[in-house]
Design a protein around this ligand. Structure first.
Ligand code: ADP
Ligand code: MG
Length: 698
């Protein structure tokens, strides 16, 4: 691979601040900057001027088309390319792009999921430029990050509610900061998403219909070697993967994505990439792009990048860690313990706001990461359980305990720490220990939400997190603004919140069976194991009230989203079920039959030669395999019936329950028999590459 000058290529395909400053007039630049930084409405003439420069810059960099790039509820990004050309009178063409085209697009919305919104509103939707996320060039196309709404303004995408949730948090956090005597321009949430993925060779991939249709293996006996030696985690990266990573980094850097860390993960063929954190909406756009580019670059290297949460049963699945914090425009991280007692009091208030928000809205956080794929991972001893809890570490926990008990805090060195405002103690900054089993861990100056599946858009969980924290901060601001003695009220409030919400705090082993028992039976935390269990809670009154109150969703949007997510769950499993049926009937059963035939022929031939041969191996294998084919047939018929039965429900919640209670168990049973048959059948007869071949293919 040719050597790259990283600073030179970084952002070379992005219409970023450097380009804007260089190309726009001072007046236009300042006015655009105001829109980006302070959310001030963009004037038409500014848009016009920006469009002209954007077009020229894009054409200079090889673009011929433009597109509004958006994130419909399918979970992937959407784009419809238009070329810049318009006919000129002399028979040639001009390259045109107007301010109107920059600001607003009107794609036909009718083929995107809208969950009933379309029935009540017009089929056409519109896309609106999000100037806070820079435009970029991909495949000769100028991509303009946009929000996607119905004609009446109902959000049909993930970006719109995300931006609304960021606004809510900005609004309420500023009110709270004011109480501490701080006036800031804005408070923004930042996210650094760590992304896991698998790489397998394209040739073996192409031989597996389950991977092609569903992104995961629906069958496959365990290989003799999996991840038990832990020899892959942080291990030396193989040359082919190194080349892929170099290429990937270059592509991401060109798009201004801060790809930073890369390493092997726990499972064979599993890897991780982490960027440096950025503002949440930008991080979301960048993560969507990262997933897309990963898949593209892998193809170029003769491999396939699997983003499914659980491509292989019995082997660790892939997740995504959402590192989240709140910071002011002046660069103060509100989740960073301060140097003075007063700053610490402020920190503790924001911290308790997160604690309360996570406890009150556990179900929203859980359902924000709920998909058919992620259900296989959560609680499977490799990822946090479906129960949401917070890890704070020993020191912070001891501080909260001291506040709760009105006792002075004694620090790690057993010296009494200097107490600040009314017993709110100070403590050192670097006091986080590591707990990998917690779904929501405080890691020094940020929270790490670890329940996301690798294919999830990070928009969903951040919408819920921002909205819930905003709503909690609002309550605090309402209360403290009225307080006569701010410091006393602050202390009382923090103490009260700790007492009320300490059940959500858990520093122990989140993977253990005891925790499930304690969490559910003693603490009353919710344990929503599947998407079918979790998603309907979106419609709970407390959740609707909060989300509507914070203006993050309208009632119709919430209804439609619940429906779309459940539909997605049902469709995904439905496709998996049908894929299994096809593989079993067309390939597995005939293959086993072929092997049985060969065994039977061998046995009778051998016996005809000599009546002394026993043919124990042939006969016992035949007996068990023949038994298994009966079970397989029985199970596949049962699965077919369950799949057929899904059509009889007209309610999506009922359908999803049938998926959970009938289809998925049928699939598991069928798989068990086929996997056992795989171990008894000669590889020459087996129709698909084994787990070993897939996992060690690169
Ligand atoms: P790990 O969890 O693997 O130890 P790191 O601590 O290196 O990872 O960071 C993980 C991610 O957290 C990175 O994407 C990093 O940029 C991001 N991160 C670091 N600080 C913050 C912050 N204040 N807010 C949000 N994300 C952050
Ligand atoms: Mg991490």
């Amino acid at each position: 691979m040719e050597k790259q000058n990283v600073p030179e290529i970084f952002g070379s395909l992005v219409f970023d601040d450097r380009v804007m400053r260089a190309r726009l007039s001072d007046k236009i630049y300042k006015s655009l900057r105001k829109t980006i930084d302070e959310n001030v409405k963009l004037d038409d003439d500014v848009a016009e001027a920006v469009a002209v420069e954007m077009r020229d810059w894009a054409i200079e960099n090889g673009a011929t088309h433009f597109t509004h790039w958006f994130q419909p509820l399918t979970g992937v990004t959407a784009e419809k390319h238009d070329s810049f050309i318009t006919p000129s009178p002399d028979g040639g063409v001009l390259m045109e792009f107007s301010g109107k085209e920059l600001i607003k697009g009107e794609p036909d919305a009718s083929s995107f999921p809208s969950g009933g919104l379309r029935a009540t509103f017009e089929a056409r939707g519109y896309t609106a430029w999000d100037p806070t996320s820079y435009a970029f060039i991909k495949d000769h196309t100028l991509c303009i990050p946009t929000a996607f709404c119905s004609y009446s303004g109902e959000a049909l995408d993930k970006k719109t509610p995300l931006l609304r949730s960021m606004q809510a948090l900005d609004r309420e956090a500023k009110r709270v900061l004011k109480l501490f005597g701080k006036e800031v321009k804005y408070v923004r949430t930042s996210v650094g998403p760590e992304q896991e993925y698998f790489l397998i060779d394209k040739e073996v991939f192409d031989k597996r219909p389950d991977l092609i249709y569903t992104g995961r293996t629906l069958f496959g006996a365990m290989p003799p070697k999996g991840q038990e030696l832990d020899d892959h985690y942080f291990g030396v990266i193989k040359p082919r993967v190194t080349e892929f990573m170099e290429d990937l980094n270059n592509e991401l850097w060109k798009l201004g994505i801060l790809a930073k860390t890369e390493h092997n993960e726990v499972a064979p063929a599993q890897h991780e990439l982490a960027p440096i954190f950025s503002t949440t909406n930008v991080a979301t756009d960048n993560n969507q792009l990262t997933m897309e580019i990963m898949q593209k670059v892998a193809r170029k290297h003769g491999m396939v990048c699997l983003l499914h949460e659980k491509p292989f049963a019995g082997v660790n699945g892939s997740g995504k860690h959402n590192n989240w914090s709140m910071a002011t425009d002046t660069g103060v991280n509100l989740l960073s313990p301060g140097d003075t007692p007063y700053e610490n009091a402020q920190f503790l208030l924001f911290l308790t706001a997160v604690i309360e928000a996570v406890d009150e809205y556990q179900d929203l956080l859980r359902l924000s990461v709920a998909t058919a794929g992620n259900d296989h991972r959560l609680g499977a001893n490799e990822a946090p359980p479906a129960i949401i809890s917070i890890f704070l570490g020993d020191e912070l926990s001891a501080i909260l305990e001291a506040i709760k008990e009105d006792k002075p805090y004694v620090g790690a060195e057993k010296v009494q720490m200097k107490l600040g405002v009314h017993s709110i103690p100070r403590f050192s900054k670097d006091s986080t220990d590591r707990n990998r089993t917690s779904p929501f861990a405080f890691t020094g100056n940020k929270f790490e939400f670890r329940s996301l599946g690798s294919a999830n858009s990070i928009a969903c969980c951040n919408i819920m997190l921002n909205a819930a924290v905003a709503d909690t901060l609002k309550k605090y601001a309402d209360e403290l603004e009225k307080a006569e003695d701010f410091e006393t009220s602050l202390h009382e409030l923090i103490k009260r919140v700790i007492i009320k919400h300490e059940r959500i705090l858990f520093n122990g082993n989140g993977y253990g069976e005891e925790w499930v028992k304690e969490a559910v039976e003693v603490r009353g935390l919710s344990n929503l194991r599947t998407t079918a269990d979790a998603m309907p809670h979106l419609l709970d009154k407390k959740n609707m009230d909060m989300l509507i109150g914070e203006k993050v969703f309208t009632e119709a949007e919430i209804q439609s989203r619940c429906e779309i997510m459940l539909e997605n769950y049902c469709k995904t499993v439905n496709i998996e079920g049908h894929t299994m049926v096809e593989m079993v009937r067309k390939d597995y059963l005939p293959a086993i039959e072929g092997y049985l035939y060969s065994l039977a022929k061998t046995t009778s031939l051998m016996k005809s030669v000599s009546d002394k041969v026993k043919c124990n191996y042939e006969v016992s294998t035949m007996e068990r395999l023949s038994e298994l084919t009966d079970y397989i047939l029985e199970s596949v018929e049962k699965l077919e019936a369950s799949l057929e039965d899904l059509k009889s429900y007209d309610d999506i919640i009922k359908t999803s329950e049938a998926v959970r209670d009938k289809v998925l168990p049928d699939m598991e049973k069928l798989r068990g028999y086929v996997d056992e048959a795989e171990m008894l059948t000669s590889e020459r007869y087996w129709p698909f590459p084994s787990y070993g071949k897939l996992l060690f293919s690169v």
